[in-house]
Ligand binder design. Structure first.
Ligand SMILES: Cc1cc2nc3c(=O)[nH]c(=O)nc-3n(C[C@H](O)[C@H](O)[C@H](O)COP(=O)(O)OP(=O)(O)OC[C@H]3O[C@@H](n4cnc5c(N)ncnc54)[C@H](O)[C@@H]3O)c2cc1C
Length: 481
């Protein structure tokens, strides 16, 4: 980026268009950027106690801190960490602030598709991923009783030049986290810091991060731009869209867990079974405790409500209960696979409501933008949540390099990514590629003897491959020069 190198390169005439209102920042505009603070970009600024009620105006007099990172990133999820690696690879300084006290391996399995893995491979992460993940070989879509509706090879077996990985979300996050620390140093990620306010002016953004462990003190940081990679409950998104309300729930509850279990099929296969009212997802995400077993991920999705309002936020990652999930799981019968046995052998598992949010008209407001789930939370069908966050990160970094001004970079990033991800949010609401089993169930609820007579091959292919095309992961899209 030609002119982004120094803070304050913004042409003030243009920058005056920014309506800079902090989420929670204090009205005494200069305090976050006093001379004292300028001595230390991460100065503990106890004087700047964020106050939610106050509105902040732009303060063009702000002076840059010494060597501020160009890009401030709120959130060390898959999106924020990948963005840091992408920026670092292009020589752009950045720093991540994460509210959690440490990066822990939480969650269950996710699938990272070739479009995302291609980006991670370019970052040199293929060996690290191979060490902790499973190269998915094939995907079976089945009805509730295990009859095959559609089957296709995945990853390398499907002709991609990179694999599809089935991986524990926490392990993916750890691979990214370790790479950030190794390449950028331990100061690249500041944990226990929650974004609570920000303001922007002609020369950059000043952000406040409070201590999220005991709430004591706050840290004032200056950067050229601020990226909200802070997930579905993003405070930056709420600031710019205060009327968005709660995430939208489709009434489906998801139970997800993983356990050491005998390998099934070729040991690298994935099954998605069921229909409109419930689905079962099974795939291995790592080596097992013995050569015959794998760390096996399971998901049971069942529609339990008609209300669009999700259960209380406190139950977003509540521990699941066997007596609640087993009756739902009992409706699935996959020949040769002991579904109930897998669930019973899981030490602890979690339940989540399946939520997304309506696509936004814009992500970028001057020097502030959104990325990953903060920008486009989507239903977890089609294995795209983490992948789209990775694609966002690549696009952001490329736009930054090409642009003359941070504004341009952020707007170009939004122009490229917002329409694509909005379409995926919409497609996922209709079931994504999994709609193929919904359609077959509608036509043959009691099963079939010949699936081609229920729904032709070309129609089934159109559903599954049509989604892949929209989400950007067909072989043709990924191998074009
Ligand atoms: C705990 C957890 C478990 C998950 N498990 C799965 C799973 O099993 N399967 C699956 O497909 N998807 C899962 N997801 C979602 C999936 O990881 C995302 O779709 C995808 O990775 C997008 O990542 P992201 O970086 O945009 O957001 P996230 O992964 O949500 O990361 C956002 C990060 O921002 C931090 N943050 C939030 N607010 C602030 C703030 N104010 N200041 C600083 N930091 C903040 C959060 O602590 C978090 O680390 C999970 C997400 C979380 C948070």
């Amino acid at each position: 980026m030609a002119k982004a190198g120094s803070s304050g390169t913004g042409k003030s005439g243009k920058d005056k268009g920014i309506t800079a209102k902090g989420i929670t920042a204090k009205a005494s505009k200069g305090k976050g950027t006093t001379a004292k603070a300028s001595k230390d970009e991460t100065n503990k600024a106890k004087a700047v106690k964020p106050n939610r009620a106050m509105v902040v105006v732009a303060h063009p007099s702000a002076q840059p801190f010494r060597s501020p990172p160009k890009v401030l990133i709120a959130g060390a999820g898959v999106g924020g960490l990948t963005l840091a690696l992408m920026l670092h690879a292009r020589g752009i300084s950045c720093r991540i602030y994460e509210q959690a006290s440490a990066i822990r391996e939480v969650g269950a399995g996710i699938n990272a598709l070739p479009h995302a893995i291609k980006e991670l491979a370019l970052l040199g992460l293929l060996p690290a991923l191979d060490a902790v993940a499973v190269r998915t070989s094939e995907l079976y879509y089945m009805n509730r009783t295990g009859q095959v509706v559609w089957r296709e090879p995945r990853g390398i077996a499907a002709g991609f030049d990179v694999p599809q990985f089935s991986i524990h979300r926490g392990r993916l996050q750890k691979v990214l986290h370790d790479a950030v620390i190794e390449r950028m140093g331990p100061g690249a990620i500041v944990t226990g810091r929650k974004l609570t306010g920000f303001i922007q002016d002609d020369g950059g953004v000043t952000a406040w991060f409070t201590d999220s462990i005991d709430g004591s003190g706050s840290e004032t940081v200056r950067g050229e731009v601020l990226v909200g990679a802070d997930g579905i409950h993003s405070v930056i998104r709420s600031h710019y869209h205060p009327d968005q309300g709660l995430p939208r729930w489709n009434g489906v509850q998801m139970w997800r867990g993983c356990a050491d279990f005998p390998a099934f099929m070729d040991g690298r296969s994935m099954i998605i079974a069921g229909g409109m009212s419930g689905k079962l997802v099974l795939y291995p995400i790592g080596e097992g405790e013995t050569p015959e077993t794998r760390l096996t991920n399971w998901v049971v999705n069942v529609r339990i409500s008609d209300t669009p309002h999700p259960p209380g936020k406190e139950s977003w990652s509540r521990r699941g209960r066997l007596d609640e999930v087993l009756p739902h799981a009992a409706r699935f019968a996959i020949p040769g696979f002991d579904v109930l046995g897998l669930i019973r052998s899981t030490d602890s598992f979690f339940e989540y409501p399946m939520c997304d949010r309506d696509p936004l008209p814009r992500w970028t407001h001057g020097r502030v933008t959104l990325l990953g789930d903060a920008a486009h939370p989507m239903y977890p069908v089609g294995s795209n949540g983490a992948g789209q966050a990775i694609l966002d990160a690549r696009c952001f970094a490329d736009c930054w390099v090409k642009a003359e001004h941070p504004w341009q970079a952020l707007l170009a990033y939004e122009a490229e990514r917002l329409p694509k991800t909005a379409e995926i949010v919409t497609l996922n609401r209709k079931g994504g590629p999994e709609r193929v089993i919904d359609e077959v169930e509608k036509l043959a609820p009691a099963g079939f003897t010949d699936v081609d007579r229920v729904l032709g091959h070309d129609e089934r292919k159109a559903i599954v491959r049509g989604y892949a095309g929209k989400a950007g992961f067909t072989v043709q899209q990924l191998t074009k020069v």
